[in-house]
Structures are given as C-alpha cells and as structure tokens.
Design a protein around this ligand. Structure first.
Ligand SMILES: Nc1ncnc2c1ncn2[C@@H]1O[C@H](COP(=O)(O)OP(=O)(O)OP(=O)(O)O)[C@@H](O)[C@H]1O
Ligand SMILES: [Mg+2]
Length: 335
C-alpha cells in the first residue's frame, strides 16, 4: 500500500495529472496508438507524434470525445502506464480526485478509476468548473458570483460559480478543434488546398486573432487538390481571422445566453469581479478583448490556461478548507 494521491483532468486533447507526493504536474497529449484494434503501441505525446502518419492497421485516437469517455479501457491503460512510469510502479491504494465536466455521468468518471486494475483506495469527484475556478485562485466558496469560461479542444464550458457550486453551467461542443477544422475547410474552399489537422492547428497557434488581426503570414505545406501534388502556400492573419469568426461567434452566443440566464444579484458580482478565461484555447490572441467588447465585462486570462483545472484539484487535495468540494457517487462509501 502507499499514500499516493492524484488529481486528474481528462481533457480531449491533454491529460493533466497533479501528483501530490512530487507536488508536480504531468501533461501529455491524450492519445493512444493501437495496432490491429488490440495492442496499445504508444500513448501520450509518443502516440500524438504518430497521428496522421500511421499506416492503416495502427489507429491513433483520443480515448476522450467532447469531454466524455470514448474508450474506458484505453483511458485506463494510458493512465495506468503513465502513472506507473512516474511513481515507480506503486499504484495500489492510491487516492484520486477527478474533475467532472458539466453534464457528464458521475458514475462513469468514478468507475473509470475504481474499476481499473490500479486498485485505488478512493475516487473523489470535483465539478470541473469549480476546480477551474480554484485553479484561477478564486475563492469559489464565497457568496460571490464568478463566471469561468474554459475553452479546451473539443468543449467550451461556461459556468457561474457561487458558494462552492455551479449555479449555471453549460458545455458546448465547440473549442480549439472546431477552430482548426474551420481553418482547414476555409483553405480547402478558397485555395483547393488540403492540409492536415496538425498543420491547421499550427496555423491557428501562429496566426489566429479573435479581433483586429495584426499583419502577418506564414508558409504552409499541403496538397494542391487540382494538380494532386504537395505544395507550399502563404496564409495571412486576415484570412485566418475571417475563417474562425463563426466558431468564435458560437462561443460568444453561448456566453451571452448564460449571462442572460444568470440571476441578477450574481450578475452584479460578475460585472464587479470580471470574467475568468481558461483552457488552452484561451491562448488565441485578443480573445479576452473579444469577450470584453461583446459582454462589456472585464476579462482575466490564466497564464497557464491548460493547467487551471489540475491546479484547482491540487488545492482540493492540499488545502483542508477546500476538501468539502470533493464528493463521491451514491454507490461509493469511504472511511
Ligand atoms: N497558442 C495557442 N493558440 C491557440 N490555441 C492553442 C494554443 N496553444 C494551445 N491551443 C489549443 O488549446 C487546446 C488544448 O487545450 P486544453 O488542454 O485546455 O484542452 P483539453 O482540456 O484537452 O480539451 P477539453 O477540455 O475540450 O476536453 C487545443 O485545441 C490547442 O490547439
Ligand atoms: Mg479541458
């Protein structure tokens, strides 16, 4: 037995783990490479390196889909291998604190770990928006309305928190990946030019602005669909800005609808405290400015936005004041 304790944020793009004993964070691409539908060849960043490059008998995919578990067995195998590697193999009897996304089943996120052959001592859940709020250094237990927007890869979770709970929360299936897809589709339509997902993501990271793009461009590599050969093409910030507008509008409409449904007293708090923006896609340039302009509310962006949920789980694990924010499903009973 041991007293390992982990905080887990199962993102659809990154798996993030807080490891209490080492007081450190692990972040890896949440991907597995599976050969002939049975043997796990690689996981994490190593599997991501194979993405879009593997032969037909090797499938590279994420065990998570739009915030939910797509493959429990692969998620379990990846988690176990990663943790064993980082804890010298002593996993039995560990405690887990798992971030539960809005609208997802408590039971499946508990059983993911409880039913695995890691033989844990206990599995606790923490609402993901609450963990994100804690990770942003907000005291979520106060009677103060706070809005947190977490824009990840496949989901955007917009939540109003108060008194340690979510008053309103909505998860939509729009995020970094749909922005990548929009860039890919626009390039195909405008230039008859095919690019892969990784190239689309790189273009976003290099050139995406949510408002008033600064001048800039990059050379990309893809396939000219008219002549069928690989070629280079120049893409500008202005082109990317026009391609991603619609996806950003989807996110802004969801933010607006949550603000409209927020009880007035909490709305006043949000105006006073501002909106907090997190998740990897919070790195899109001037996204805070877009939200601020459309909502009229000041926006604060996390410095390390991929890790805010895991940092919040670390606070639940380490700070007695926040332990009460963790809960268990009805079926589980721990001492
Ligand atoms: N510099 C950047 N500019 C724009 N987007 C970025 C940047 N860096 C990372 N991203 C995007 O952030 C996303 C990953 O963020 P994050 O790790 O928060 O997602 P996740 O938690 O795995 O997903 P989800 O919460 O939706 O399940 C990816 O879509 C990635 O392309
Ligand atoms: Mg996430």
């Amino acid at each position: 037995m041991n007293n390992h304790c982990f905080g887990c944020d199962f993102g659809s793009y990154h798996l993030k783990i807080y490891h209490k004993d080492a007081d450190s964070y692990l972040m890896q691409h949440n991907m597995v490479a599976v050969q002939d539908k049975k043997t796990m060849l690689a996981y994490g960043d190593e599997a991501y390196a194979m993405f879009e490059k593997a032969p037909a008998n090797i499938q590279v995919s994420s065990p998570m889909s739009y915030g939910n578990l797509a493959s429990i067995s692969y998620m379990q195998a990846f988690l176990k291998s990663l943790l064993e590697k980082n804890t010298k193999g002593q996993l039995r009897g560990a405690e887990f604190f798992v971030a539960l996304p809005t609208d997802m089943q408590e039971r499946s996120f508990t059983m993911l770990i409880q039913d695995s052959n890691m033989k844990p001592k206990a599995v606790y859940l923490v609402d993901k928006p609450v963990a994100a709020g804690l990770g942003l250094d907000i005291n979520v237990k106060e009677a103060q309305g706070v809005m947190v927007i977490d824009i990840g890869a496949e989901t955007t979770e917009i939540s109003v928190l108060s008194l340690g709970g979510t008053v309103i929360s909505r998860l939509i299936q729009t995020g970094g990946r749909s922005i990548d897809d929009a860039i890919q589709a626009a390039i195909r339509k405008e230039y008859n030019f095919y690019i892969g997902n990784k190239t689309a993501e790189n273009i976003k990271k290099e050139l995406a602005y949510a408002v008033e793009p600064e001048e800039g461009s990059m050379q990309i590599c893809g396939r000219n669909m008219v002549i069928g050969l690989p070629q280079m093409l120049e893409i500008t910030t202005e082109f990317v800005y026009e391609s991603i507008k619609e996806q950003l509008n989807v996110i802004m409409d969801a933010v607006k609808s949550i603000l409209e449904r927020t009880p007035p007293e909490l709305g006043v708090d949000i105006i006073r405290n501002g909106i907090y923006l997190t998740g990897g896609s919070a790195r899109i340039r001037k996204l805070d400015q877009l939200i601020q302009e459309r909502s009229g509310i000041r926006v604060t962006v996390d410095n390390e936005p991929e890790l805010s949920v895991a940092r919040g789980l670390a606070r639940v694990i380490n700070d007695k004041e926040f332990r009460s924010l963790a809960f268990v499903t009805k079926e589980q009973k721990y001492e």
